[in-house]
Design a protein around this ligand. Structure first.
Ligand code: 2HA
Ligand code: ZN
Length: 278
């Protein structure tokens, strides 16, 4: 038996490879983290080694004290994760204060966890609390169509949510809470982590203008599926704008969304169902 026989490790690797195959991970773009269940920590325990030094996370996540995470490494390529998980990923532990981490497995040729570790862990902290412990996956990638839209649409949660919902009937079913958008910020630090985790209190998706997207979910499948649905809706929007300059001949109307909400037992916030001027 190897660590790759453990189910969550397989799910982690599969998501990385699926994201690579979608074209969302040029070079070392994107990162993934998974909050490991206690019984899963026990499953991988035989493969863990003496932990490394405690190092600062760069922010404070006291609700995650003592938790173990599997995360991708800084500068590592998603296309290589399936080929060599032990070089490209690591398993780390958060200390009691929630301010430091140490590595128990992986990054066997050196390196550090993802440069977006502060954003990942702050998002995990928010989602762990709000989902009652259900959410375990935080995924960041650079999907081209959603990035393209951040040059064209106003950077507002209402506009992005409404336009994406209109592109595919299933969208409001898949992300009924909508999506959040952040103006361009320097990546990798605490400031963008704080802004993103604020949005994660309301949404499962946060879009970083001219950079990419974060999604949170309970399972690898649901998190990837959510990400995929948002990016596909963005792709349709890009095609519509490319064909027409943005004028739709017909679309899904606010009352259509209200009818959908009744039949699908959804709560769709009215602030996304505004009347359009044209
Ligand atoms: O290169 O995606 O945001 C990794 C990243 C940083
Ligand atoms: Zn990025």
């Amino acid at each position: 038996m190897t660590i790759q026989d453990v189910k969550f490790v397989q799910g982690f690797i599969r998501l990385c490879n699926d994201g690579w195959l979608q074209g969302w991970h040029e070079r070392n773009g994107g990162n993934l983290s998974y909050r490991i269940r206690p019984q899963e920590v026990a499953e991988v325990r035989p493969f863990l080694h003496e932990p490394g030094e405690w190092r600062p996370i760069g922010t404070s996540v006291p609700e995650l004290s003592g938790e173990f995470f599997m995360v991708t490494g800084s500068g590592k390529y998603f296309q290589n994760v399936a080929l060599d998980p032990e070089d490209t990923c690591c398993i780390l532990e958060v200390d009691d204060s929630g301010e430091n981490y140490r590595i128990h497995w992986g990054l066997c040729n050196g390196g550090r966890p993802t440069s977006e570790l502060p954003s990942h862990l702050m998002n995990h902290e928010v989602k762990k609390i709000l989902s009652g412990g259900k959410h375990r996956v935080i995924y960041h990638a650079h999907p081209a169509n959603i990035i393209a839209l951040t040059f064209v649409l106003p950077l507002s949660d209402e506009v992005f949510t409404r336009e994406l919902w209109e592109m595919m009937t299933e969208c409001p079913v898949i992300f009924p809470d909508g999506v959040g958008v952040i103006e361009w910020m320097v990546p990798g630090g605490r400031a963008i982590a704080v802004r993103t985790s604020e949005l994660m209190k309301k949404y499962d998706v946060a879009i970083w203008a001219h950079h990419g997207m974060f999604a949170s979910g309970d399972t690898f499948d649901n998190t990837f599926g959510l990400f995929h649905a948002v990016e596909k809706a963005a792709e349709i929007m890009v095609k519509v704008i490319s064909m027409t300059g943005g004028t739709k001949r017909q679309t899904i109307q606010p009352q259509d969304f209200r009818d959908l909400a009744v039949d699908f037992d959804l709560t769709l916030p009215e602030r996304f169902l505004y009347e359009k001027k044209d």
